[in-house]
Design a binder for this molecule. Structure first.
Ligand SMILES: Nc1ncnc2c1ncn2[C@@H]1O[C@H](COP(=O)(O)OP(=O)(O)O)[C@@H](O)[C@H]1O
Ligand SMILES: [Mg+2]
Length: 351
């Protein structure tokens, strides 16, 4: 094993028992309910699931940008090698404090489905990328501009000098997405969180932007948390995948293993509803019958029970489902793979 691959296996960010509760008028919604995962240096973890399952809340929790009404508990440990080597507990930091602001944008960057959430319409694209660089990387304006122009060129925007002085509305959707990526990567982050980064783009541009992300990952060596509802994107981009349903990760495995050997009935349903390669990517994952319940005052049971063809009555609707390790790096949360009450094979929430 080369030093580089050994290095690539090191964990960078570990999430343990992440829970997000939102107080609503009609009760408390357990929107994220005990999520565990790990992202390794230079690797891509995919977080996939239908709309509303808690992907965005989970990913925004990592950098503390969920709205105030979200009550978040658990451990988010950032084990960056670049600083003193000491792991940082991100959830214990003041969400507006100096420490998290030094990490957010600088060492963990985020891109979104809609680039207009990242750019202000009031300032030029160039100025906004430069601001990020001046905030985190250098105080020298000339140098910051040079880096910004380089980044615009890296993401395939030609005529950078002219583009630098244009406003977001003067860019096409695909170009805005590229510009947002260049801003996110301008501070050379160790982790990039990409929340449905290509969902709003048409298929050709989508493929180009994904290709670009892969190239930049090769060049900069950052890890990526890729959030998507599209298993096709997961197959193309990711090393590992976590399948999320109703606030929980129901299955997690290396990508090849998950596609070859899916276990959870929900994962199997997702794979069945996956558009064929080259087919219509815009189709939603809607071919699993039934709808997702709202997790308000849910009794302990499997959240997929109502929609599951393999459910075991009196078991799956009576108790919480533990995560079971069924192979190396492959875990599943389903009673088809663990006896109720069986303790040995269960993955512990707090190892
Ligand atoms: N600020 C909020 N107030 C109330 N409900 C919210 C808020 N943010 C998210 N939710 C709800 O939490 C659930 C998970 O949301 P989200 O993480 O955005 O899902 P996803 O990104 O997987 O589509 C959804 O039911 C959503 O409506
Ligand atoms: Mg979302």
């Amino acid at each position: 094993m080369t030093t580089q691959t050994a290095h690539a296996q090191q964990p960078l960010l570990r999430v343990q028992d992440l829970k997000i509760r939102i107080r609503l008028d009609n009760g408390v919604m357990q929107a994220v309910d005990g999520v565990d995962f790990e992202i390794r240096q230079g690797q891509t973890l995919g977080l996939v699931g239908e709309s509303g399952c808690g992907k965005s809340l989970t990913s925004r929790a990592l950098i503390g940008i969920n709205p105030k009404e979200c009550e978040t508990t658990g451990d988010i440990t950032f084990m960056s090698p670049s600083e003193s080597g000491k792991p940082v507990e991100l959830l214990s930091l003041n969400p507006n404090g100096r420490q998290i602001r030094a990490i957010r944008g600088r060492r963990i960057a985020m891109i979104f489905q809609e680039p207009m959430t990242a750019f202000s319409p009031m300032y030029t694209i160039g100025n906004q990328i430069m601001e990020a660089i001046l905030l985190h990387r250098t105080k020298n304006k000339k140098e910051a501009k040079k880096i910004a122009l380089e980044m615009l060129s890296k993401v395939g925007i030609s005529d950078q000098e002219k583009r630098f002085d244009q406003y977001p509305h003067e860019f096409s959707g695909g170009m805005r997405q590229r510009a947002m990526i260049s801003m996110a990567l301008s501070c050379n982050p160790e982790l990039l969180i990409a929340d449905e980064p290509t969902t709003a783009l048409d298929v050709t541009i989508q493929a180009q932007v994904l290709e670009l992300m892969k190239e930049l990952q090769q060049e900069f060596g950052m890890a990526i948390l890729l959030v998507t509802h599209d298993l096709g994107i997961i197959a193309e981009m990711c090393d590992e995948v976590a399948v999320m349903y109703l606030g929980k990760i129901v299955e997690q495995a290396p990508v090849k293993e998950l596609f070859a050997n899916p276990k959870h009935p929900y994962t199997k349903g997702l794979l069945k509803s996956m558009p064929r390669l080259g087919g219509d990517r815009s189709r939603r994952l809607d071919s699993i019958e039934g709808s997702v319940p709202v997790p308000i005052d849910m009794p302990p049971m499997c959240g997929f029970y109502d929609r599951c063809k393999d459910r075991i009555d009196g078991v799956c609707n009576r108790m919480a489902v533990p995560a079971t390790r069924i192979a190396d790096n492959h875990t599943v949360r389903c009673f088809l793979y663990s006896e109720p009450g069986e303790a040995n094979s269960h993955v512990q929430a707090h190892p």
